[in-house]
Ligand binder design. Sequence first.
Ligand code: ADP
Ligand code: NA
Length: 342
Amino acid sequence: AFESRVFSGVQPTGNLHLGNYLGAIKRFAGLQETHNCIYCVVDMHAITVWQDPADLQAAIREVASAYIAAGIDPKSSVIFNQSQVSGHAELAWVFNCVARMGWLNRMTQFKEKAGKNRENVSTGLFVYPNLMAADILLYKATHVPVGEDQKQHLELTRDIAAKFNNDYGERISALGLGDADGYFPLTEPVISGPATRVMSLRDGTKKMSKSDPSDLARINLTDDADTIAKKIRKAKTDTEPLPGEEDGLKERPDAANLVGIYAALAETTAADVLKTHAGAQFSTFKPELADLAVSKLAPIADEMRRLKADPGYIEGVLADGADRADAIARPVLQGVKDIVGF
Ligand code: ADP
Ligand code: NA
């Protein structure tokens, strides 16, 4: 069996928000206790849409500092920047030749991001999921913690691994590479617990995202205490009290979202939050949620500010991380080259 290893990444595209934290970064930190973890700042994904170079550099440091501020220990986990390990680009090319057009044509995130502009988006945006598969499989990662929006891309990663294992099956055995499953593992997504899909605070039917047009709708990781509290106070809700059970939230996306955020921050379940808050009005639930959010998020923002004032430290972490990532990636990539016939 493959050695258990965790890999995930976040794009340096500005405005890290509560969804990125609860859906991804917070859970990255938790997995360190039990797994070998590799956490990447995926700058090559970021340039699938235009990025101002100076802004990109600042955003790379911002994501790295968010990782550390959220509790990822750069000594035990590997924190690095994707473009600094050339194996990502090399393996992505091989996967461009493994993945099928039909597979990529089905990716809903591409359809959403390209919209009506299909003829005019970068070709990188289209093959982005192949690069994501390369990010993961370059380390033979077995587990990938992500938000729900990445589920389809993880399925594609498994399809690519399975096709590679199958297409080159004889060669893989002849060279004595890989194990009974093949050269690459069939990576599992880790999408569990509350808040794997944090919704906009102004519209519970839309995902909270970096590109959310209304700033009030998005709690940024760098927001100060007053701003966090204000955004929660202004969050859209209905006029009903909280139900005692999750079934009662089915047709209430805004209420369900706030309960999920509360549960994730308190490290409990939505069912548990409802048990203790059944019958509460939002006029009492929101201030409680605001206090909880401030107590959990404000220290992260403070630590990010502190780290930002010490760019040499972040540069050092990323340089050390790139060396350690490259050392793991190199033999995996050499195996691929031998298998393919390069
Ligand atoms: P974004 O989607 O905000 O542009 P990324 O694509 O870099 O950011 O995603 C980084 C991580 O954050 C991914 O694991 C993604 O699934 C997660 N994520 C993004 N938005 C949300 C959200 N609203 N709720 C939960 N997780 C999210
Ligand atoms: Na995303």
